[in-house]
Design a binder for this molecule. Structure first.
Ligand code: NAP
Length: 298
């Protein structure tokens, strides 16, 4: 239980509703900022404006998955209010106050350093990234189905990267009957791809391997699908880039060559906001309980 814990939830989309639901169930006291247009009421959660929050009382601040933008603004889907997180606010919080978001950026890094507060990036955790790869795969399948006129079954698919997302994507496409090859740079990844019964190749050979594919799914957040790689692909190849913005594809060249290339960020929040929210909510509940326990012990 989180009885006695005061948590501010600042902004976010439908995923945050699962976090609110979970934390109210656990009896945390919640201040909701950026939710004034949300019809649903949660017992134990008060909708407030950011200037009404007493930051000195907060044990934790929960930001949306992207955190803030580079100017410190927090995205608020359920409000027209413009909400910013500032150093002044963080400096008012108790020293133990922890800030949670999915990912970070240069603004948040600078802010946390200046205010000397602990910042937890939930999406850096292996468990969150692996759970999150499940709705990511489903979203990828949706995009591929929408943008092709052939079945996944029997198609030739190249997956780039064998990280948390790449492994789930490769496995799902293979299970649907696609001929999947996976490009990686580490020998242990090449070994794992072989063990999975898929065709491995080194990323150095990507140009050669791109010559006979129908679908290319990139998960590497670096420029790998270069103009010279795209120039070798058949014209009908569909490129789906899952890597975080700006992706790893030369979109300008793809357009020039007439190869369809799509950057597809944030799929879990689009195709399964409830599940994606529950993934974040469950891990937050564990982390906040551990924080509370630690504080009670000291
Ligand atoms: P990950 O586990 O870190 O995997 C990244 C993969 O990229 C690893 O195989 C890594 O190989 C490879 N890689 C990184 N830099 C490389 C480089 N310079 N050259 C060659 N290979 C490189 O990450 P993940 O959790 O799978 O996520 C992958 C990407 O998808 C991230 O950008 C993440 O933000 C994004 N994502 C998108 C969605 C969506 O909805 N579109 C959902 C979840 C995640 P090494 O081990 O050799 O470095």
């Amino acid at each position: 239980m989180l009885t006695g814990m005061h948590v501010a939830i600042i902004g976010g989309d439908a995923r945050q509703l699962e976090v609110i639901r979970k934390l109210t169930e656990l009896d945390a006291k919640l201040s909701l900022i950026g939710f004034d247009q949300l019809d649903h009421g949660f017992t134990g959660a008060a909708k407030v404006q950011i200037d009404e929050v007493d930051f000195s009382e907060l044990d934790a601040i929960i930001l949306p998955v992207p955190g803030t933008n580079l100017e410190g603004q927090v995205d608020t889907v359920f409000s027209n209010e413009k909400v910013f997180l500032t150093e002044e606010m963080l400096l008012k919080t108790p020293k133990h106050c922890t800030i949670y978001s999915g990912i970070s950026n240069s603004y948040l890094e600078k802010l946390m350093k200046a205010a000397n507060r602990k910042h937890v990036q939930l999406f850096e955790r292996d468990d969150v990234a692996i759970y999150n790869s499940i709705p990511t795969v489903e979203g990828t399948l949706m995009i591929v189905i929408q943008h092709t006129d052939f079945t996944i079954h029997g198609s030739r698919v190249a997956v780039l990267g064998l990280g948390r997302v790449g492994m789930s994507v490769a496995r799902a496409f293979a299970a649907l009957g696609a001929n999947v090859k996976v490009g990686a740079r580490r020998s242990e990844h090449i070994a794992r791809i072989t063990e999975m019964g898929l065709y491995p190749f080194h990323l150095n050979d990507l140009e050669k391997e791109a010559a006979d594919i129908d679908i290319c799914i990139n998960t590497i957040p670096h420029m790998v699908v270069t103009a010279s790689v795209i120039s070798k692909m058949p014209a009908h190849t569909l490129i789906v880039d899952l890597a975080s913005k700006p992706g790893g594809t030369d979109f300008r060249y793809a357009e020039k060559r007439g190869v369809k290339a799509l950057l597809a960020p944030g799929l879990p929040g689009i195709v399964a906001p409830k599940t994606a929210g529950q993934i974040v909510a469950n891990v937050l509940a564990q982390l906040l309980s551990a924080d509370l326990k630690k504080r009670k012990e000291t």
